[in-house]
Design a protein around this ligand. Sequence first.
Ligand SMILES: Cc1cc2nc3c(=O)[nH]c(=O)nc-3n(C[C@H](O)[C@H](O)[C@H](O)COP(=O)(O)OP(=O)(O)OC[C@H]3O[C@@H](n4cnc5c(N)ncnc54)[C@H](O)[C@@H]3O)c2cc1C
Length: 419
Amino acid sequence: MSNVESWIRHGVEMRRPLLVNESLSQAEKVVIVGGGLSGMCCAYRIALKRPDVEIVLLEKSNRLGGVISTWSQGEWICDLAVNATRPHPAFWRLIQDLNLSKEFNPSQSKAKSRWILLGGKKHRLSFSSLFKIGPFRLFKAMKKSRKGGVSVADLLPHKSIADALTLGIVNDTSENVDADFLMPAMTKFGSSPPLKNSILKKRIQESYPLFIPKKGSIASLDRGMQSLTDALQKRLESMENVTIQTGHAVESPESTAQDFDVSLESVIWTAPGFHKESNTTELSIFAVGYRSEDVTDVQHGYGTLIPDDSIPISGILHESDVHHSKRAPKGHRLFRIMVPHKRWSGNEDLILDSIKNLLSNSDPVLFENLGTRSIPSYPPGYMREVSKRSPDCTFVGWGISGVSVTHVVDEAERVAEFF
Ligand SMILES: Cc1cc2nc3c(=O)[nH]c(=O)nc-3n(C[C@H](O)[C@H](O)[C@H](O)COP(=O)(O)OP(=O)(O)OC[C@H]3O[C@@H](n4cnc5c(N)ncnc54)[C@H](O)[C@@H]3O)c2cc1C
């Protein structure tokens, strides 16, 4: 594939390091550790391209999907992790290949607004918020960031704007997050495209199957994101060259190679553990539902970010406003609430008190603790360090060089291109 074609296929993902051991393509048997979206997509893409290669997918828990799961109760539907995707042709290709196009739809365009709560007041965020930094200051910071290794707080020298961005993506404040990792195009990390940005954008737009997404839009699956991993699982189970083993934890790439009698180069590691020293952000996720008449003061929109760590809630997502499909019974609204453990003692009454202030004085008709999730941390300098590694096996997934589902879905295509 030419460099131009690769950029059209993968876009800005081309800036991210790909930790593939090149001997992987010689393998007759590939063992993939981790049955989250990344492991599943790698198994699918390689198995499809090379029916002669035997694929073993190992997952330590008793289900596939990793952090992705969708909770439902009656007509209430709420995702625990990712609920929608930003546009990327690789994600659209996966939806098309899995025959999910009928249930994959653009989110509600009228629910785009995002707010940030500062000093008890909600402020609307938009692209023009960046102008608050001042063009000269922003340009100077961007230029400095190109030396690499700086934080998002350094790149966007406006604390609340920078925190809003990082909290919304990795649930951490901006001084703790690597700018090259989160915004590689802005810091010009990695290689640059071989054609003008405007031409590249146009050619990427033209490459979308299904519908062409509007600028700044997102899209979701009508029954929640788990319908993607369910469909992937079904497809993998139907492929003759794929074996899935759940309830199978392995210790390391080396022990995997030994246990399955393959070379280390034949192992793809998508589980955590690449950065043994790195911390994670632990959070609890709550679904909160109200009668619509009890939350008339809450404007329709995407959601609100809350950098103030004296409040246990870091983000409120307006689930029933955002998606194309219904997420709540008629006459009701559903909110998803993120509660980082470093802000919270574990007492649910504190969350109930907090939502009284943030959403409504009325009692919710639904208040459900859906579970916990961990988000890897990506400290300043992270991406620079990752790009220096040349590993003995292949490392992919959100624990490596990109946080979003578009990253892991596209990365699996890039890995399969080695075969
Ligand atoms: C709260 C939250 C909100 C999110 N929101 C968004 C969003 O809005 N947009 C977006 O694009 N992305 C979002 N994401 C990120 C997205 O969910 C991830 O990018 C993606 O699901 C990661 O998939 P993965 O396979 O790389 O990792 P995981 O899902 O973590 O999968 C790793 C798998 O490895 C298994 N495993 C671990 N150790 C072992 C072992 N020793 N042996 C065998 N198996 C092992 C685990 O059990 C797990 O199944 C969100 C994530 C969270 C938690």
